[in-house]
Design a protein around this ligand. Structure first.
Ligand code: GZL
Length: 327
């Protein structure tokens, strides 16, 4: 019996009322009725890169066919504004919330407020701190990739394809406190820690942004001129790093190996051009999956806590085959 149930029982006893053994309603997820049209909230975190723009477009493109009256907001990179945007959607009486939480902890209040308002929430593309909020209790499910596996796959490809004696690695991290940054770091670093000839000499956030990625790479290149591998948590920072490296006279693809995650058009072109080695896919096209999962839930299905997206891997062997579908 959990603590909240016991507390309620004690409170009732305190009132001299015999506690009836029923689970607290607070444990239950808000329901979602089956109907033709839904008022849907999509609280986007920012629109500062092609990935974000593609994700938002995917929700707009899905809206009509899924019967959504879509309320979409953009928090311009502010977790606090993203929370405020959710508050506003709750006040507007949305039926369901799709939320890509910019960072794992600051967005917990938004999840809890939606639940308290009786609105089911689906986390898309990023998640929240699992020690605080749980799928199946506080929100319906997380729809997204296995970021630890993405980092692991990049490391394994690097080990198979790096032809130097010793890997001097610079790591460009995603947004501080975000689940993809935390997990892509864990996946990659844990594999590299098992290889004595691989050393991560610096690891710093470029906030998933191209220009900051370029600036951080310039700084780290000054401190570590012998770097020969760059691991970027997303393609935007990888492209920025390539710009910094070329400005410094380095030759990405020849004297330094750049590896990344996402599968953007610019990254596939860089791979075709021989400047990037690999990018593990992290698709932004969440609209259709969001629609399908919401309808399953409305039909009364129990949704698995993690609706996992599978990811392809793009290298010089297949980048040209997929660039036309890239964003
Ligand atoms: C991954 C997503 C990440 C992308 C970045 O699901 O959260 O955020 O990898 C984006 O490009 O900024």
């Amino acid at each position: 019996m959990n603590r909240r149930f016991l507390m309620a029982t004690a409170a009732l006893a305190g009132l001299g009322v015999a506690a009836i053994a029923v689970p607290l309603a607070a444990q239950d997820l808000p329901p979602l009725a089956q109907k033709d049209r839904y008022k849907v909230g999509f609280a986007q975190m920012e629109s500062n890169n092609p990935w974000r723009i593609a994700e938002t477009k995917s929700f707009h493109d899905t809206a009509e066919e899924c019967g959504w009256d879509l309320i979409a907001t953009d928090a311009a990179g502010s977790a606090a504004k993203q929370v405020a945007d959710v508050d506003s959607m709750i006040a507007q009486g949305i039926d369901v919330l799709f939320l890509p939480p910019r960072e794992e902890k600051p967005l917990i209040p938004a999840v809890m407020k939606a639940k308290a308002a009786g609105i089911p929430t689906f986390l898309v593309d990023r998640s929240v701190d699992p020690n605080v909020a749980q799928a199946g209790r506080d929100y319906v499910a997380f729809l997204g990739s296995d970021f630890v596996d993405q980092g692991r796959r990049v490391a394994e490809w690097t080990l198979e394809n790096f032809d130097g004696e010793k890997g001097i690695i610079v790591e460009l991290e995603g947004t501080t406190g975000s689940s993809p940054a935390n997990d892509r770091k864990k996946g990659f670093d844990d594999v590299m820690a098992q290889h004595d000839n691989m050393e991560i000499v610096a690891s710093q956030s470029g906030d998933f942004a191209r220009d900051l990625g370029r600036q951080v790479m310039e700084t780290l290149l000054q401190a570590h001129p012998d770097v020969n591998i760059v691991y970027a948590h997303n393609d935007e920072m990888a492209i920025g790093a390539i710009q910094a490296l070329e400005l410094a006279g380095r030759k990405p693809g020849e004297d330094i190996l750049v590896v990344s995650i996402d599968g953007t058009r610019d990254a596939l072109q860089a791979i075709i051009d021989g400047k990037m080695g690999v990018t593990v896919e992290s698709s932004p096209f969440f609209g259709p999956l969001a629609c399908e999962t919401m309808k399953r839930y409305a039909a009364g299905e129990t949704i698995e806590p993690w609706v996992q997206v599978s990811d392809r891997i793009f290298t010089k062997e297949n980048a040209a085959d997929h660039i036309d579908e890239a964003y």
